[in-house]
Design a protein around this ligand. Structure first.
Ligand SMILES: Cc1cc2nc3c(=O)[nH]c(=O)nc-3n(C[C@H](O)[C@H](O)[C@H](O)COP(=O)(O)O)c2cc1C
Ligand SMILES: [Mn+2]
Length: 452
């Protein structure tokens, strides 16, 4: 099987009618995300390939992650089984293999030649502090164990060879960086921009500290990830990536980073954050630059989808009959979680709520429903709340728990008040739902084409 990469996915997605090409010249400063935002107003979420980007010969692909149908295509499954297929593959850790060379190093730019402004880095939202790399998968190594860690972190462009980085206190990379700081050593980093969407879904898995996310990527791709050694740092990057930035973070070097339009659809405030010095840019001969449209569905679904797996697995310990979990876009794919269960005992849904809160600190609202409610449809969940919930008995508040600082209702950094809602019906004594006999047999074509 040939290696899966961004190009193989573009071919597949093109065949499936999932990509729109934009040939008109468009600016990477607001122009590109404006097209995605306009389509979003019409509830349309195609991937967008901008082949004529103003000021650059490099095409830009964005909005790849903005549809669960496309994420399912990336895992070669149906949309309805995206979550279960993800869970199965996530467990099939597959070690990467190191190869001698790869397309990502066809062009190598080092030292003074490095100029980030040669890349079509997108400025997304009006008040963003500048252009941001939003689809960069950054690898580092734990200085104690040598184990890799990979995640996606936003990178503001400060100057031709300097990038910002925000490493949330909840992230593994933050903990690893602390170890470098204690040793007084710079932390080498390498950022992959552009690979198969299954690569990104794997990198964003919510696996425990000490698990090399490249191994999760191998499971999701269904083939070991091929890696090449970086040119200026002791790290490995995917051989079939489009673009890689190599560099290091020096302890103590900080600059003002932000504001930036976040997954909450709101701006995150500026802070003094560490700085990456870029020592090399390597890329294919004709690279494609991948962007994630921040503050929009592209950003929300990309970050939210992998997290569903750990939530499901934790809930399954409390309730073996859990059907599925979903963090809907109406909750920014992070703050609200819907769970469907086949309820066996009264009270069970409350244990499920506790398990969800334990599994993911970002979540503020949990709604548990019965298995007949479609958790991928907000209005079905709202109807269950309207018709099945006794709020006095089955809704409850947890005051001042640990949440996420980007949640605008948070105080003192992380403190968020949370709500659990058990919208399951009682096991006995609940009215039956209406149904019209024969609905399944109705052939609408035949009915309306009947000429008498
Ligand atoms: C588009 C996008 C941007 C993100 N930006 C950041 C960021 O700036 N800082 C951060 O800590 N996490 C960010 N995340 C979330 C992390 O990638 C995610 O929590 C990851 O699992 C962290 O990996 P780690 O815990 O192994 O370090 C972002 C996610 C996405 C999808
Ligand atoms: Mn990690």
């Amino acid at each position: 099987m040939p290696n899966k990469d961004l190009r193989s996915f573009i071919l597949e997605a093109g065949k499936a009618g999932e990509i729109l090409e934009v040939k008109k010249p468009v600016s990477p400063r607001f122009g590109i995300p404006a097209v995605a935002a306009k389509l979003e107003e019409e509830h349309r979420y195609p991937a967008l390939l901008f082949s004529n980007v103003e000021g650059s010969s490099i095409p830009v692909l964005c909005n790849v992650f903005a549809s669960r149908k496309r994420l399912a295509l990336a895992l070669e499954c149906e949309e309805g089984s995206l979550n279960s297929v993800y869970r199965e593959r996530e467990d099939k850790l597959t070690k990467p293999v190191i190869v001698a060379d790869g397309p990502v190093q066809e062009v190598v730019i080092k030292g003074d030649e490095v100029n980030l402004y040669d890349l079509p880095i997108v400025t997304h939202n009006e008040k963003d502090a500048g252009p941001y790399i939003t689809a960069g998968a950054m690898v580092v190594k734990d200085p104690e164990t040598g184990i890799r860690n990979i995640g996606v972190y936003r990178h503001m462009v400060h100057e031709r060879n300097k990038l910002g980085i925000h490493m949330a206190e909840t992230s593994h990379v933050n903990y690893i960086f602390e170890k470098y700081v204690q040793r007084g050593k710079p932390m080498p980093v390498a950022i992959t921009i552009g690979h198969h969407p299954a690569f990104y879904l794997g990198v964003l898995s919510f696996v425990p500290f000490g698990v090399d996310e490249y191994e999760v990527v191998g499971g999701l791709l269904g083939q070991p990830l091929e890696l090449v050694k970086c040119k200026t740092v002791d790290l490995e990057v995917p051989a079939d990536a489009e673009i890689v930035l190599e560099g290091y973070i020096a302890p103590g070097e900080e600059r003002l980073e932000g504001p930036f339009g976040e997954y909450t659809t709101l701006y995150g405030a500026p802070h003094e954050y560490p700085v990456i010095t870029v020592t090399a840019i390597t890329h294919r001969k004709n690279p494609i630059y991948l962007d994630c449209v921040s503050g929009h569905l592209d950003h929300q679904l990309l970050g939210g989808t992998g997290r569903l797996s750990v939530i499901f697995k934790t809930v399954k310990m409390a309730c073996p009959t859990v059907q599925d979990v979903f963090m809907p876009p109406s909750g920014c794919c992070r703050l609200t979680c819907y769970v469907s269960i086949k309820k066996r005992h009264e009270g069970e849904a409350k244990n499920v709520i506790a398990a969800v809160f334990a599994s993911d600190p970002f979540i503020k609202y949990v709604v548990v429903v019965d298995e007949d409610v479609n958790i991928f449809d907000d209005s079905a969940v709202l109807r269950a709340i309207a018709t099945r919930l006794n709020p006095v008995e089955n809704a409850f508040v947890i005051r001042n728990a640990k949440g996420h600082p980007l949640d605008p209702t948070s105080s003192k950094g992380y403190v968020v008040t949370k709500v659990g809602i058990d919208a399951t019906k009682p096991l006995a004594g609940y009215p039956e739902a209406v149904s019209v006999p024969g609905t399944d047999q109705v052939d609408l074509e035949e009915i309306f084409n009947y000429k008498g």
